[in-house]
Design a protein around this ligand. Structure first.
Ligand SMILES: NC(=O)c1ccc[n+]([C@@H]2O[C@H](COP(=O)([O-])OP(=O)(O)OC[C@H]3O[C@@H](n4cnc5c(N)ncnc54)[C@H](O)[C@@H]3O)[C@@H](O)[C@H]2O)c1
Length: 452
């Protein structure tokens, strides 16, 4: 099928590459000329496992362009994957989605059928709003037009984006027309039936089952995305709340999580206590869901509490540091990990940023390491008192304490004795509970975890 994807960020680029791998005829549009230049030269603008390798393999088949008019008229399907950042009020800003839809309506052929698919995460009712935007343009153009709008929320996880796109748990489609449903079924057929040859780098997991395509109405599809992210966020916040009480009563939250996770109704995933969630989705999507609730005069105390617990974790870690060091003024703190999770360079709403800001405000000197996210973190700070250290074994130099913020694999395997020798005072706050406390203590380091 001929497909245009608007937006080449984490979602748009991954989708473009996977659809091209599945032999669709793909074009990708972005407004960011720097990103397009990189893509046209065959360079991946983001860090995501195997994305560069995929770009090398299929990127030359994709037309990357600045101009919607170049590619949309001949397409069968147009996928919108632009950002929906939070407004000051917390509500999602859908203006990029609406602009993209308007631009599509301005250039599409009046007599040809198109399915316009919203992959961006959008507040409930956006499908209807986008259909109105398109009809307004058609009225101005004095044409009837034939565009079906559908919702196809994206569930990819950064760090595992390609894996999630090739082997999803499910595909959700919200549409009111048979045309749209049929187009999306055709688009995803190779994934639904797993008829493609698995890439060598990303073999199909042995236990993988064919994913269902769940079809529903657009409002429910939009709600599914918000409800899924909010549920995952509150599962993490729940274990963090339990972790806080474990600290008071001298229980070990890692043992508690193991014990409750064995209940098949609960499961182990998303039950690791730590610094909480960040990134471009959970903070924004929980806020947007609350925005939708407020608009409808509806209270959501569980979602509110999940956010409250989450952001408290970031303060809690600084409290722990202050407690053990007596004061933060003039102290040097090492930060292991800047991205909001491992295997990505994304620092949007990352806990590291909040923690570093608090430390700097209290007069600490910060030394920070990350395997890939240093350039993005540098852009987030104008403050020159933060030292970004490219070599992880240089990080401990003169530090009064180190905080593990992001659980990169590299940090699991650190030579803790080597670390201890370089630190001024050997104190490690394990913000993700990745180490065995005994191993850290054996290396001569004072260990502080979360809820243990
Ligand atoms: N990142 C994730 O893990 C993830 C997962 C699921 C859903 N989502 C949702 O998907 C959407 C996209 O997220 P992302 O992380 O890929 O965003 P992103 O910020 O990485 O990328 C968005 C891209 O859209 C481009 N853009 C904006 N307006 C445009 C326009 N009118 N025409 C062409 N290009 C335009 C931007 O230049 C940018 O490159 C968001 O709604 C997000 O909530 C993201």
């Amino acid at each position: 099928m001929k497909v245009t994807i608007i937006g080449t960020g984490y979602v748009g680029l991954t989708t473009a590459l996977v659809l091209s791998y599945l032999n669709h005829d793909v074009s990708a549009v972005d407004k960011d000329i720097n990103k397009l230049n990189l893509l046209q030269e065959g360079n991946c603008p983001i860090h995501e496992p195997y994305l560069q390798e995929f770009l090398d393999e299929v990127g030359y088949n994709i037309r990357f362009t600045l101009d919607i008019a170049d590619v949309v008229p001949d397409s069968d399907l147009v996928l919108i994957a632009v950002g929906t950042p939070p407004k000051k009020s917390g509500e999602a800003d859908t203006s990029h989605v609406e602009t993209a839809a308007k631009e599509v309506a301005e250039v599409c052929h009046p007599d040809k059928h198109y399915t316009l698919v919203i992959k961006s995460t959008v507040p409930i009712g956006t499908n209807r709003r986008v259909a109105e935007v398109i009809n307004d343009v058609f009225s101005q153009r004095q044409v009837k037009g034939d565009v079906s709008v559908a919702s196809n929320p994206e569930f990819l996880q950064e760090g595992l984006a390609l894996h999630g796109a090739l082997y999803p748990d499910r595909i959700v489609v919200g549409a009111n027309t048979e045309n749209a449903l049929n187009d999306l079924r055709r688009l995803y057929q190779p994934i639904l039936e797993q008829t493609f040859d698995s890439p060598t780098l990303l073999p199909r997991p042995e236990s993988y089952h064919l994913p269902p395509m769940m079809t529903t109405d657009p409002n429910s599809a939009e709600m599914i995305k918000y409800a899924a992210n909010t549920f995952l966020a509150l599962k993490i916040s729940f274990i963090n709340e339990i972790a806080g009480l474990c600290e008071e009563v001298r229980a070990d939250v890692t043992e508690v999580a193991r014990g409750i996770g064995l209940d098949s109704r609960i499961g182990h995933r998303f039950l690791r206590a730590g610094l909480g969630w960040g990134g471009s989705c959970y903070p924004k999507d929980t806020a947007a869901l609350l925005g939708v609730a407020t608009e409808n005069d509806y209270e959501m105390p569980i979602t509110e509490a999940a956010r409250k617990v989450n952001f408290k974790q970031r303060k809690h870690i600084v409290d722990k540091l202050r407690e053990v060091l007596k004061t933060l003024e003039g102290k040097t703190i090492g930060i292991l990990g800047l991205s909001f999770k491992p295997n990505t360079d994304d620092v949007r709403e990352a806990p590291s940023l909040d923690i570093i800001r608090q430390l700097v405000d209290e007069g600490a000197v910060v030394r920070a390491h990350d395997p890939v996210a240093i350039p993005n973190a540098k852009n987030a700070f104008s403050d020159h008192s933060i030292h970004f250290i490219p070599d992880v074994y240089q990080l401990p130099m003169n530090t009064d304490a180190i905080v593990l913020v992001t659980e990169w694999d590299l940090y699991h395997k650190l030579d803790l004795r080597r670390l201890a020798k370089l630190m001024k005072t050997p104190i490690l706050i394990d913000g993700r509970n990745v180490y065995s406390p005994q191993d850290v203590i054996n290396a001569g380091i004072h260990y502080i975890g979360i809820g243990r």
